[in-house]
Design a protein around this ligand. Structure first.
Ligand SMILES: *[C@@H]1O[C@H](CO)[C@@H](O)[C@H](O)[C@H]1NC(C)=O
Length: 311
């Protein structure tokens, strides 16, 4: 055979090899354990949230966002007995009351936290990244509850970005008091949904915008085992080329409900459910999952759109 043809064939073969290799790697690097971790309907590495449980939780949260008044309270009580429909935490000063302290700027608070990996996402969503403000709260002061009992600090910490100008919250690094101090007496103002709501209040006040101008809650790089387990199940087999564009799951579908029911999906739903008086009747019409290239690996971002409940 002609030398030229031979080398051309060899070249073509190498090219095909490199392509298939790239695709195989694409699939496997979403999480270290994608597709390898399903065992008896549960996920190894996840704590214990099954797909069916996530869908069931998400279905109820979806319903609780859409209902108001007594109907909403019934749904909320069916999810968590004893939880009031309306959060009692509505004033920014509640943070101080319950021992939360805003942390000073640290090295994490760079101008470009995501190293450009979200540039395209921000421009598509109409977000001016320069207006994102990274705010970190830590529950680090001992306080007395209304019965005069002392509550020791839990050192729970919620670190998130807020953009009151463009209607965006980015959930970044969150460790709840309940996860850090499960067995001690804790402050009642302890959930992501309440702490983040109060900071959102402040960010809107600073920006001169209304609370109900919230358009997106983004979850950057979910690392919670339960969330990752459900994500890898919902996204099983979806190639990176699709994830780069973004996979959109609409309200009413099982995939949407499963993601809404994950630990990282629930927070935004609870914030809307328990602050209907401030937000009006809002829901999450769509959850989009997208893969972005960050520090030499594919990183997932979950983008929850916020919209009015259509009557
Ligand atoms: C807030 O967190 C605590 C502890 O995890 C939990 O018992 C409570 O039900 C949560 N409230 C809501 C509204 O999720």
């Amino acid at each position: 055979m002609d030398r030229k043809i031979l080398s051309l064939l060899a070249f073509a073969w190498l090219f095909v090899l490199s392509l298939t290799h790239a695709i195989a790697i694409d699939h496997l690097t979403i999480f270290d354990n994608t597709l390898d971790n399903v065992h008896d309907g549960k996920f190894l590495g996840a704590r214990d949230l099954t797909l069916q449980q996530a869908i069931a939780k998400g279905t109820l949260l979806e319903k609780a966002m859409e209902k108001s008044g007594a109907e909403a309270q019934v749904v909320v009580s069916s999810i968590r007995n004893g939880v009031p429909l309306n959060s009692p935490f509505t004033s920014y000063s509640d943070l101080e009351r319950w021992g939360w302290e805003e942390q000073g700027p640290d090295s994490e608070e760079e101008d470009d936290l995501y190293h450009g990996s979200l540039d395209q996402t921000f421009s598509q969503l109409g977000i001016d990244e320069c207006q994102n403000e990274y705010v970190s709260w830590m529950q680090e002061n001992a306080v007395q509850n209304d019965n005069g009992q002392t509550i020791q600090p839990s050192y729970g910490q919620y670190s998130n970005s807020f953009n009151g100008y463009n209607g965006l919250i980015i959930s970044d690094d969150n460790n709840s008091p309940a996860s850090l101090a499960p067995n001690q007496r804790r402050v009642p103002l302890e959930n992501w949904s309440d702490v983040v709501f109060l900071q959102w209040l402040k960010s809107c006040e600073n920006a001169g915008t209304n609370i109900d101008s919230l358009r997106y809650v983004m979850r950057w790089n979910p690392t919670n085992g339960d969330t990752q387990g459900i994500l890898s199940r919902v996204l099983a087999g979806v190639p990176i080329s699709r994830l780069k564009v973004g996979v959109a799951l609409n309200k009413g579908t099982s995939g949407y409900r499963a993601l809404l029911g994950t630990p990282n999906g629930r927070g935004a739903a609870w914030m809307l459910i328990q602050h209907k008086r401030q937000f009006g009747l809002k829901t999450i019409p769509q959850i989009m999952v997208r893969a972005v290239w960050f520090q030499n690996k594919w990183t997932l971002v979950m983008i929850q759109s916020i919209g009015n409940v259509s009557s």
